[in-house]
Structures are given as C-alpha cells and as structure tokens.
Write a protein that binds this ligand. Structure first.
Ligand code: PMP
Length: 274
C-alpha cells in the first residue's frame, strides 16, 4: 500500500498523469523521514518543513498535517515497519503543460515505505567525500523535487568512489549534495548558517541540540575551502546518513584519516535519542 492524498491504496492502483507538473517541471516538494522501532524520528519538524517548502512555492497541501501524520502511521502499521524510511511528496498536480501555475491546481500527495538499512559500517569507519562546485539554484532552503544539481554532484562523487560531494560557491562551503556539513576546528563545531543557500536539515537541528547539551561551542557561519582543508574533523548529517564521519577529502585523509573524537561523541548521544 502507498499513500495517495488522504487514502492508502495499492501501488498498482496509483496513477500519475504524464502532464503532472512534478513529472514535467519538478514542481513539488518532498520529505524523507526515518522510522526507528516503529516510531518516526522528529516527525513534527519534518511536517513543518514540508509545509514550509510547499508554502514557499505556493502549493496548498491537499490534506492537513494531522491527516498526513495519521496516514504515515497507518503506512507504518500496514507494512509492520520497525526500521526504515517513508518518502512523501506533493506536486502541483496535473495541468496541460504551461509554465505558470494552473488556475485550479489539484496537488497530488504520495508517500511510500522504504527499508534501507542504517549505514552502520560507514558510520563507524567514515566515508570519502569529494569537493565540487555548488551549481544548484538559490532557494536551497526549499526541499524541492528539482534535484538535478544534487544528482549531478552525487554522480560525480559516485564516479570517484566517494559517498558524498561537498559543494562550494566561489570557495565558500555550503553543504553536501544530500546532507549538511559540519567541521570541527579548535574544538568548535562550524556549519553554514541557515538561509537560502542550504537546506535546514532536521539532523542538523538535532546535532546543534546535542552540542548545546554537551557544552560544545557552535559557530554557525560559513567557511572557505582553505579552512575546510585544515579541519580537525568533518562529518555530514542527514536523515538517512545520520552523523557520518568524513575521513578522506578528494582522496587526502582528514587528519588521522579516522573518525574524530567529537564526531564519535555526537554519534553516541544521537544513538541515545533513537
Ligand atoms: N541538505 C540537503 C541538500 C539534503 O538533501 C538533505 C537531506 N534531505 C539534508 C541537507 C539533510 O537534511 P535532513 O537532516 O533533514 O535529512
């Protein structure tokens, strides 16, 4: 079963018109939530961001957030999902192809369960990252279906045998193709400030909360590629990658080339929240 607006239906029954604006223009927004032990992690934050993204592009959600939340839980129950993810999205729906918004849009909301295992080994050992230009648009705060910039960056990483691509604009580091980036320097956590150049990650929020609790200083201001090269520790955060140590950058080890102590401490605390 999958979620289709306010109903759960068989996947085979779901129908998307070839002129759905999500399909033709990437005209929609989405979320990915993690499920641990049958519970959705930080659901309220994901619902709020979904509504924010939709609002920012003028889509009125076809269901209330309460209804959406109820149906996400029904999906979990139906699939007896203990650990996994739910992907959900809304598009502006079907209309004869034309760039401006249609007069009476009928947004289409869909959602379904996935069961990707937690990347346990990668979180323990760390991963490789490459650096690439941030070629995305200037509203990265919207979790838009338009993901070509991210797709191309991630593909570049994949071709280099790396897990993630760290993006920069004119030498200023923004975020990963599908993750936020943190750097540890002089014992402090550094990450790009919120704004239009990055997605306000939910895992980013959780890491900032943990840092506050542990008394780790946080600097929310942008840093450059040369500062990145001097990092004591690097990690990325996302719903599916959680807190992921980066141990090589463009093939060069980050310090010792192993996950750092601050990163490991944050990972431990994060685990305690699941
Ligand atoms: N930035 C981008 C560009 C992303 O695609 C993601 C993953 N959705 C994130 C950051 C991390 O966000 P979250 O922690 O909410 O998954």
């Amino acid at each position: 079963m999958i979620l289709y607006n306010n109903r759960l239906i068989d996947r085979e029954e779901a129908r998307v018109d070839i002129e759905d604006r999500g399909y033709q223009f990437g005209d929609g927004v989405y979320e990915v939530v993690s499920v641990y032990g049958g519970k959705i992690f930080r659901l309220q934050e994901h619902l709020d961001r979904f509504e924010y993204s939709a609002n920012q592009i003028g889509i009125t959600l076809p269901v209330s957030l309460e209804n959406l939340s109820e149906n996400l839980h029904k999906l979990i129950a139906h699939h007896e999902l203990s650990d996994g993810q739910i992907y959900y999205q809304v598009t502006r729906g079907y209309a004869p192809r034309n760039h401006p918004f249609p007069e009476n849009p009928q947004p289409v909301l869909t959602g379904y369960v996935t069961r990707k295992p937690r990347p346990v080994e990668a979180m323990k050992n760390g991963v490789a990252a490459i650096i690439t230009d941030d070629i995305r648009w200037l509203r990265c705060d919207i979790k838009s279906l338009n993901l070509l910039g991210s797709v191309l960056a991630k593909q570049k990483a994949a071709e280099a045998g790396a897990y993630e691509a760290i993006q920069h604009r004119d030498g200023v580091v923004t975020e990963g193709s599908a993750s936020n980036l943190f750097m540890v320097k002089d014992g402090k956590l550094h990450t790009h400030p919120l704004g239009n150049l990055i997605l306000g990650g939910i895992t980013r929020i959780v890491v900032l909360e943990i840092a506050k609790k542990l008394g780790i200083d946080v600097v929310e201001s942008s840093f450059t590629l040369s500062e990145l090269a001097e990092a004591e520790e690097l990690f990325l955060t996302s719903t599916t990658s959680e807190i992921m140590p980066i141990v090589t950058l463009d093939g060069k080890p980050v310090r010792s080339g192993a996950p750092g102590s601050v990163t490991k401490l944050l990972q431990e605390e994060f685990e305690g929240l699941l």
